[in-house]
Ligand binder design. Structure first.
Ligand code: HEM
Length: 178
């Protein structure tokens, strides 16, 4: 498996880095566009039911678009993490540290993995809340829908934007670290 990933990265390096970067662009950029452009525009709809319905629909479109790129992001991340040999440079086969600088880079890769995991769990939670909001709207429970969608706009999307921008910054750090 390791050899396969190393060879895949060696033969398709440009494509893999491109897919990783474009996935980040679509995921993080998509959230920024919805939070800072669509959100403000939706707030101008005076009918509360219509406003919540449009918000639920906008988020549905966002989540549908970003989900495949979340998968591409982790797939390319794994290929890069193995293909660039971070672990091999940091440790011997029995797990002893052989290079402190390489070890710090390897740990930085782990930070990115943790960020991706938190962002994905947050996204999954948002998908569930959005679905509950849609159901509540169909049943005429406006307060429930407002509650479900409100948290997404106020905290959950902003948290993922901050984490995403941090992951992009760490990506640049990694690129310049070896
Ligand atoms: C799943 C864990 C992740 C791992 C193991 C990982 C690993 C890497 C590595 C090794 C690089 C350097 C590539 C190179 O030197 O050519 C990189 C670059 C990059 N990563 Fe990640 N990444 C992960 C998650 C993410 C996430 C969640 C985002 C943003 C949402 C992201 C955005 C980027 C970007 C934009 C670059 C390009 C930086 C540049 O070209 O200077 N990564 N990543």
């Amino acid at each position: 498996m390791k050899e396969f990933l190393v060879e895949t990265f060696a033969h398709h390096r440009t494509l893999i880095v491109f897919l990783h970067v474009i996935s980040a662009v679509i995921w993080v950029g998509g959230m920024i566009a919805v939070r800072f452009a669509a959100h403000q525009s939706l707030a101008l709809i005076s009918d509360p039911k219509l406003r919540l319905e449009r918000a639920a629909h906008t988020l549905k479109r966002l989540f549908t678009i970003v989900t495949p790129f979340v998968i591409i992001l982790i797939a390319t991340a794994v290929i890069m993490a193995v293909g660039l040999g971070f672990r091999a440079a940091a440790m011997d086969p029995s797990g002893n540290v052989i290079d402190e600088y390489a070890m710090s880079i390897y740990n930085t890769v782990h930070i990115k993995e943790a960020i991706w995991l938190v962002m994905s769990i947050n996204l999954a939670a948002m998908i569930v809340r959005r679905k509950r909001a849609e159901k509540a709207l169909q049943e005429g429970k406006l307060e429930v829908a407002k509650d479900m969608l409100g948290l997404i706009g106020k905290y959950m999307v902003p948290v993922n934007i901050v984490l995403g921008v941090t992951a992009i910054f760490i990506g640049v750090v990694l690129r310049n670290a070896y």
